[in-house]
Design a protein around this ligand. Structure first.
Ligand SMILES: Nc1nc2c(ncn2[C@@H]2O[C@H](COP(=O)(O)OP(=O)(O)OP(=O)(O)O)[C@@H](O)[C@H]2O)c(=O)[nH]1
Ligand SMILES: [Mg+2]
Length: 407
């Protein structure tokens, strides 16, 4: 190699004799040249950024574009936490907690205060009298109804005698016990109550939402309207609770956010008239849904049930099949008392579904079992918080899974 370099020196007329140092210099230069060419090829032919550019702090402090700011504003209104990515201007990250987690979190009180404690009593060694008493007390506090509680206590007393009937077996048994009772009733739920069916576009489905005051009617309608418009459905909402201006304004905010049309009347106007106007508007605009928010109490001496019956019947003048659904909102905290309320509403209005709200604030989410059983009316939606994402369609398996923590 040294001789080759000496030959090169001679050709180029370089003075001096080639040695090992010159050889090392030539080899290093060749190595750098080859590695540079390889880097160029691996970068796809693009020049690599200078190290100073890569670490430049001014690049990271880039101001978000107007488009990104608008996205954040819209998302925060919808209750969806959004963060703007540091590096790029318009890229956003949407941090949405999955429904299964929301439901599990929402039912955590019922789980920890009732069902989890019950499960802990089964250790595969039978039950003492004290433990039996504890089971009865826990079931009573769960508000699942006296009949179901009695049947369950009897069945569990027998089951506990079986060898190896531990917590896991208890959960599996309870899951089946509750599912057997509820599944036939839940099978009747109309899927278009939650999932907008494009093939039925323009066939106005009328949903009347009723319930005692404070149960969560307006909030639920707001969430529902949002979910439906997000699927591309056209929604008209009637503010039939005309007795409180604040209630109408509350609904207006929800409708504005959802992109739904709201029909409102002057304070104190006739509620059935508002329902009629809302449906008329919905039909004329070929809306997919017409949702009616109703009052939970009256300021007059009039009877709430009579007023609601009138509101329901007047809709038939426009569409004899309307309303297609009358849904009763039940606050989970009400527990067993909700049965009496529900029976009264059912007698007058023939309920087609129940909406179970505020399950997050109550250990009595299990009371759904007795209400569904005694009314033979299915639960359509369940609410576990105040944001839009906290409302979802009621899926029995999902509910029992979360209530009993099956995993
Ligand atoms: N934690 C929790 N709060 C809820 C839920 N649903 C509704 N709420 C809250 O319950 C309160 C009452 O809700 P509304 O929707 O105004 O109830 P309403 O039935 O329309 O009440 P009236 O119009 O007075 O008859 C509000 O503060 C809601 O934010 C839920 O699932 N979880
Ligand atoms: Mg209301």
């Amino acid at each position: 190699m040294v001789e080759i370099i000496q030959g090169l020196y001679d050709v180029l007329g370089v003075q001096g004799t080639a040695n090992m140092g010159d050889l090392f210099g030539v080899v290093s230069t060749l190595f750098l040249l080859i590695s540079g060419v390889l880097q160029f090829i691996s970068s796809g032919g693009k020049a690599l950024p200078a190290p100073s550019e890569e670490t430049s702090p001014s690049k990271k402090e880039e101001v978000p574009s107007q488009e990104a700011e608008e996205k954040v504003e819209k998302a925060s209104v919808e209750g969806v936490p959004v963060t703007i990515a540091e590096e790029t201007v318009v890229e956003t990250k949407v941090d949405v907690v999955p429904w299964s987690e929301r439901l599990k979190k929402g039912l955590s009180r019922s789980r920890s205060q009732v069902w989890g404690k019950l499960g802990g009593l089964f250790q595969g060694k039978g039950l003492t009298d004290d433990q039996l008493e504890e089971i009865e007390e826990l079931l009573y506090s769960a508000d699942i109804g006296p009949q179901t509680a009695m049947e369950l206590t009897e069945a569990l007393t027998e089951k506990a005698k079986e060898a190896d009937f531990g917590e896991k077996e208890f959960k599996a048994f309870l899951f089946d016990f509750l599912k057997t009772r509820l599944a036939p009733i839940q099978a009747d739920v109309d899927p278009t109550l939650y999932d907008f069916d494009e093939s039925k576009k323009g066939q106005t489905k009328v949903i009347m939402v009723v319930g005692v005051n404070g149960a969560g009617k307006t909030t639920t309608i707001g969430k529902l309207a949002t979910k439906l418009t997000q699927q591309g459905a056209k929604v008209v909402v009637g503010a039939c609770d005309t007795f409180r201006a604040a209630a109408v304004d509350q609904l207006q905010v929800w409708c504005d956010r959802a992109g739904a049309t709201m029909i409102r009347a002057k304070e104190g106007a006739n509620p059935s008239g508002v329902g009629f106007d809302a449906l008329q508007k919905a039909i004329s605009e070929k809306a997919d849904y017409c949702i009616l928010d109703t009052a939970g109490r009256l300021h007059t001496k009039g009877n709430l049930m009579d007023e609601l019956a009138k509101s329901k019947n007047v809709l038939k003048k426009l569409d004899e099949t309307a309303p297609h659904h009358v849904l009763l909102v039940i606050d989970a905290i009400t527990g067993q008392n909700a049965i009496r309320q529900a029976e009264e509403f059912h007698k007058t209005l023939e309920l087609s579904g129940l909406i179970f709200t505020k399950c997050d604030g109550s250990s009595k989410a299990g009371s759904a079992v007795s209400i569904v059983q005694s009314l033979k009316v299915p639960i359509t939606y369940i609410g576990v918080g105040e944001s839009v994402e906290d409302l979802n369609n009621f899926n029995l398996d999902e509910y029992l899974d979360a209530l009993l923590d099956m995993n």
